[in-house]
Design a protein around this ligand. Structure first.
Ligand SMILES: Nc1ncnc2c1ncn2[C@@H]1O[C@H](COP(=O)(O)OP(=O)(O)OP(=O)(O)O)[C@@H](O)[C@H]1O
Length: 232
């Protein structure tokens, strides 16, 4: 398997404040990674740094053979970084279908593939972004990122604030996307036990540093260690 993402000695944060301290990370093509850690550990900051919306202090990021460390967010998106931010950023005054097609690029994921993955979005295709439930908004945010046909999908707490039945529906879709389709992904999640079964590997961040990098199934089989790492 070839390497898709390589992060070396990355130091980043907001302005002068350093949040991430010398992060090293490698992800092979087709693999998925759960990014875990307590509140404030730096998970969102790491995703935001891969997207290019934080302050870079040191270190390098490669996507495939390209170094993207100094590229702007839109240039990284064009290189294949798809992002579903915590806020979802749905266009409230556009319809579901307009949200999906606004930034689409050709590839395996087109409208019919996204509607097949999320039939609810097809039912709601003429509704405006602000007429959707939280779960539908999250599905739309994932669908919109897929329409970019990314090489690497970044998801920031996709299950947050959703009703249990919607969590299960979204998890089933994410499983099909990362396991079935083999799309490389990094998923930030508070609910470790929900996300570990569908990822290959996991990183636990602590105070902006990597506390642990392990296979997801091995971490699931060590619940006491997992609890200790994630306990508030
Ligand atoms: N825009 C910002 N400006 C300055 N500091 C920030 C900003 N966003 C986050 N931080 C700080 O960076 C640190 C890491 O925050 P981050 O949101 O990355 O953590 P997290 O692991 O994603 O936590 P959570 O699970 O609460 O979202 C925290 O100390 C936080 O206060």
């Amino acid at each position: 398997m070839s390497e898709l993402l390589r992060v070396e000695q990355l130091v980043a944060g907001y302005g002068d404040a350093q949040v991430l301290h010398r992060i090293d990370l490698s992800l092979a093509e087709g693999r998925s990674l759960a990014l875990l850690g307590r509140n404030g550990a730096g998970k969102t900051t790491l995703l935001n740094t891969l997207v290019g919306v934080t302050t870079h202090h040191a270190g390098r990021i490669h996507l495939g053979t390209d170094e993207i460390t100094r590229l702007r967010p839109e240039q990284r998106a064009a290189r294949g970084i798809g992002w579903v931010p915590q806020e979802r950023n749905i266009f409230a005054s556009l319809t579901v279908e307009e949200n999906l097609t606004a930034a689409a690029r050709p590839g395996r994921w087109d409208l019919s593939a996204v509607y097949q993955m999320f039939p609810r979005l097809q039912e709601r295709r003429r509704n405006l972004g602000n007429q959707l439930s939280g779960g539908e908004q999250q599905m739309l945010a994932v669908g919109r990122a897929l329409m970019l046909n990314p090489r690497l999908l970044l998801l920031d707490e996709p299950l947050e604030g959703l009703a249990p039945i919607i969590v299960d529906e979204l998890l089933a879709a994410l499983r099909r996307i990362v396991t079935g389709e083999g799309l490389s992904a990094i998923i930030v999640e508070q609910k470790a036990r929900k996300i570990l079964p569908l990822t290959d590997e996991a990183i636990v961040l602590n105070r902006g540093m990597t506390a642990l990098h392990a296979a997801s199934d091995s971490l699931l089989s060590r619940p006491a260690e997992l609890d200790a790492l994630l306990a508030v």
